[in-house]
Ligand binder design. Sequence first.
Ligand code: 2P0
Length: 344
Amino acid sequence: MKRTAVALAHPNIALSKYWGKRAGGGNVPAVPSLSVTLAGLATTTTVTFDDALAEDALVLNGAPAGGGPLARATELLGRVREAAGLRARALVVSTNDFPTASGLASSASGFAALAVAAVRAAGLDYPAERVADLARRSSASAARSLFGGFVELDGEVARPVAPPGQIPLEVLVCVTTEAPKAVSSRDGMALTAAESPYYAGWLETAPRLHAELRAALLAGDLETTCALAERSALAMHASAFAAGVVYVSGATLDALAAVRALRREGVIAYATMDAGPHLKCLVHARDAARATERLSRTPGVLRVIRAVAGGGARVLPSSPPGASDDEAARVVDAAGPLAEEPPR
Ligand code: 2P0
């Protein structure tokens, strides 16, 4: 027998950053974070539990994947199998409609889409919060992609805090390299915690920046929200830098200088960076075209991807070959609880 479901999730960019994990395991962040889920870029994932399969299998962007990516998918599938009392192995087919080296966290949208599709295919009746918890165990930032708009992850719990239209924000992703990152987030966090003299400072600073940013966002204050986001990114990178974990490149710093030059000209533009050299410019929507033009001609910036806030992860209708009509209908009906909120 085959049980299948398809899900879609968008990447997210943290405004207040998660960096570091609580002791004791379970992949629980040491500090709260707040992100914006991006529209227009998506991972689509199909999970098919199939009694005829001997092992789980993963196809990523059209190519069979093994090693670490397959092991991490299998770990999530194992949790779902255990909860659902299923023994069948699964075929996972996952596709990003954005380049993997774009600096957009494909693990966030990837594990969010995988969690939604696996839960649905297994027939588990989980609310979004519980699916987010499942995704968090695989990749903490993935928990935030379950929800649309502006989303908080505090300890083990992810929750939406404001709708996509809360502030007129555009995110300009400045791609600075096509190469994969040298140090994974996971390793970078572990090194920072173990070796940075400034990690304690980060742990003390991050919750305060997060609370201030959250309050500014809820007040509809775009400029303070973005200014605090830049502070959070710089504090995170400073703590990592001191452990020898350097994600920025010369191009990142040139783009940062361009963002600051825009600011001196009166544009509301701030910068954030994640575990790689790409810079994301947080800009007022009215100035997004001007900022894109400026950043596009900054040396070292290969291209600029524009994005706005979007919706949460959701089940897509599917009529898999071999599924009974009942099964196909069940998957379609199931789109309800995790459906995207209507556009605003
Ligand atoms: C964030 N990042 O808040 C921070 C800022 C990157 C820099 O969350 O170990 O892939 O799988 O939980 O979620 C990237 O880390 O790490 C991340 P794991 P994840 O977006």
